[in-house]
Design a binder for this molecule. Structure first.
Ligand code: CA
Length: 415
């Protein structure tokens, strides 16, 4: 770790402390995408830093950092990605402001963040026992937690093509829906009336595995580059009608949003914690030791159309997750399924133990029965057109925060 002091002024409450240095892709109005690391209210332009020789092998790194996505950089492996991060930390910790600072630093407010990775595959887990139990109670009151849940990190293959970066609006989907009080099993084609969010965190695969070769649970974190906030938009009415017997489909695949900054797993080291006790003990290939969860505080807000004020609707934490990332990845590959650089594996909705920590409107409004009060005096059971949903997350305290920034998206009316 470098000194805790930088020649650059970094606000104490910034998500992007000297210990964080998450990576993203941005442009400054010139449509010239390049990689950057967030620091306080600035971005270290990695293409400019490479040009200035900060990482050696000038031409190689300029090429790497002027690509439209970070897949090429991440694929270089942790020895290289960690060394680049360390070089940036050292540069920011120099005793005096270096002469090349004005070429390398960009004001964050002047940058537009882009989709940081090309996502080959997306998998969504279901790893919060509180969420699985809550949803189970609503969909199957007699049998909330299915017998496999405590044995398997349950998941499904999602859609990578509709993953978008924070700030991208989401169009309300239309689909087959059973109208309330309608004839049994007679659906209509209509706009979803139960548009929801799901509070999730996803990890980015940094190293490919070979087809046919499982990733052992104790080696799983070698394959994880970093984490992003993830909003897995969901249309509950479409989902409810379609999900039997094969699970989620069009109620889920119309859009998922990610935060633009990827926080490297390395940066979260001081914030690793043990997960909840697992009963029964997992099968051998899922057994882990030590602190495999992360302590990341999460908040969700809704801003209604025309309002400046956000309403806080949920506070949760990744530490509640029953299945860890290592277990998810070991399970995903135990049959020989391979992973690719840039793959996203999402946690599933992260609900905590108390009603104010539930990570979806389905749970917060308990299936629409308990409307939530908004700052403008209106109420919500599910999202309305014009609503902006924002997730924020951070680990650590002021001065050393490992923050994710936010993932935000506004709801557009159905076509
Ligand atoms: Ca989900």
């Amino acid at each position: 770790m470098p000194s805790t002091h930088s020649w650059l002024s970094i606000p104490a409450d910034s998500d992007f402390s000297l210990f964080n240095l998450p990576i993203g892709v941005f442009h400054t109005g010139d449509q010239r995408p390049r990689a950057g690391m967030a620091i306080g209210n600035h971005i270290v332009d990695l293409a400019a830093a490479a040009e200035a020789g900060l990482f050696g092998k000038r031409r190689f790194f300029v090429k790497i950092f002027t690509q439209a996505t970070l897949n090429g950089f991440i694929a270089l492996g942790k020895p290289v990605t960690n060394r680049v991060r360390k070089k940036v930390q050292d540069w920011l910790s120099l005793p005096q402001k270096p002469e090349n600072a004005s070429n390398i630093l960009v004001e964050r407010g002047k940058a537009t963040m882009l989709m940081p990775i090309q996502v080959p595959n997306y998998t969504d887990f279901y790893s919060s026992i509180e969420h699985a139990t809550n949803v189970g109670k609503m969909f199957r009151p007699d049998n909330p937690l299915l017998p496999n849940w405590r044995w398997i990190p349950v998941g499904y293959h999602g859609r990578a093509s509709s993953i978008v970066v924070s700030g991208t609006p989401i169009r309300r989907p239309k689909g087959q829906i059973l109208p309330p009080g309608g004839a049994p099993d007679t659906p209509v084609y209509a706009a979803s009336r139960q548009l929801d969010f799901e509070l999730e965190v996803a990890f980015v695969i940094g190293k490919e595995s070979a087809l046919g070769e499982p990733i052992p649970v104790e080696k799983a974190e070698e394959y994880i580059y970093g984490l992003v906030l993830f909003n897995d938009w969901s249309a509950r009415d479409i989902q409810r009608w379609e999900y039997v017997p094969l699970g989620p489909f069009l109620g889920k695949n119309f859009g998922s949003s990610i935060s633009p900054w990827i926080v490297p797993l390395e940066a979260l080291k001081p914030h690793r914690v043990k997960g909840p006790k697992q009963t029964p003990a997992p099968l051998e290939y899922l057994k882990t030791k030590g602190a495999k969860n992360c302590d990341i505080a999460l908040e969700v807000t809704v801003k209604t159309q025309g309002q400046d004020k956000e309403t806080l609707i949920c506070r949760s934490n990744t530490k509640y997750l029953y299945w860890s990332m290592a277990q998810q990845l070991a399970h995903h590959t135990v049959n020989g399924c391979n992973v690719q650089v840039g793959d996203l594996l999402a946690s599933g909705t992260i609900s905590g133990p108390t009603p104010d920590s539930y990570g979806s409107l389905l749970e917060l409004s308990w299936g629409g029965k308990n409307p939530l009060n908004m700052a403008d005096g209106s109420t919500r059971t599910f999202l309305q057109d014009g609503d902006t949903l924002t997730i924020r997350g951070w680990a650590g305290e002021n001065g050393a925060k490992i923050g994710f920034g936010e993932v935000s998206g506004a709801v557009l009316p159905a076509l």
